[in-house]
Design a binder for this molecule. Structure first.
Ligand SMILES: CC(C)(COP(=O)(O)OP(=O)(O)OC[C@H]1O[C@@H](n2cnc3c(N)ncnc32)[C@H](O)[C@@H]1OP(=O)(O)O)[C@@H](O)C(=O)NCCC(=O)NCCS
Length: 174
């Protein structure tokens, strides 16, 4: 079955933001020893976005996709006081507009830590990574129903550049 889900497409210039004040978030790349923490947060994001909860097969795919020698995404965890409370997933895409684009696929903060600057810190980290990788801008999508996230992205300086329907032909889940 073909499904369509409307999204806003947002973009922002990649930039260094060293003058911006920091909250106490430590950011680590996802690796074999913290992968389970990442997987737990992805489960909560799936719940938030009304997707099926990732099962063992999904865990294996995610692990291979992120931690193999030829990964198809990168993931980072945000910690406060040693506790994993946030994650982002990103990848590079380049065919259109023919310049490397840093794509922010997911950003998630545990509900009890929201509105304390953690999401902004994770977002700024991504902008800095984009710049380091030679990307002129960072882009992402957001569901049109996710008004709080849209407000967050606007506050981060993002601009809505398009409104698209996302199509797929593959069954979701397993
Ligand atoms: C979107 C999300 C990552 C924001 O993280 P956060 O840590 O709460 O964001 P911050 O505390 O850094 O917020 C920065 C600013 O964004 C705006 N903002 C954040 N959450 C908002 C909300 N629910 N409603 C309105 N504005 C909001 C505010 O202006 C805020 O500044 P303020 O607290 O000084 O008013 C977080 O709410 C989340 O994980 N949501 C669930 C998952 C999700 O929607 N991900 C995005 C999918 S595309």
């Amino acid at each position: 079955m073909t499904t369509r889900r409307p999204h806003h497409v947002f973009a922002i210039q990649a930039c260094t933001t060293s003058d911006v004040s920091r909250s106490a978030v430590t950011i680590e790349k996802v690796n074999p020893s913290n992968f389970n923490d990442f997987f737990r947060l992805i489960g909560k994001l799936a719940q938030f976005e009304h997707h099926p909860l990732p099962d063992e097969k999904a865990r294996k795919r995610l692990r291979e996709g992120g931690l193999s020698d030829n990964p198809n995404y990168e993931a980072y965890l945000g910690f406060t006081d040693g506790k994993p409370i946030a994650c982002v997933t990103v990848y590079l895409s380049s065919t259109c507009p023919a310049s490397p684009t840093f794509f922010l696929e997911n950003i998630f903060v545990l509900e009890e830590y929201r509105k304390t600057g953690v999401g902004s810190e994770m977002f700024r980290f991504c902008q800095e990574e984009a710049k380091k990788r030679g990307c002129e801008h960072m882009e992402w999508r957001v569901h049109t129903w996710n008004v709080p996230a849209i407000r967050f992205y606007e506050q981060c300086g993002g601009k809505c550049i398009d409104r698209i329907d996302t199509w797929d032909t593959l069954p979701r889940g397993n």
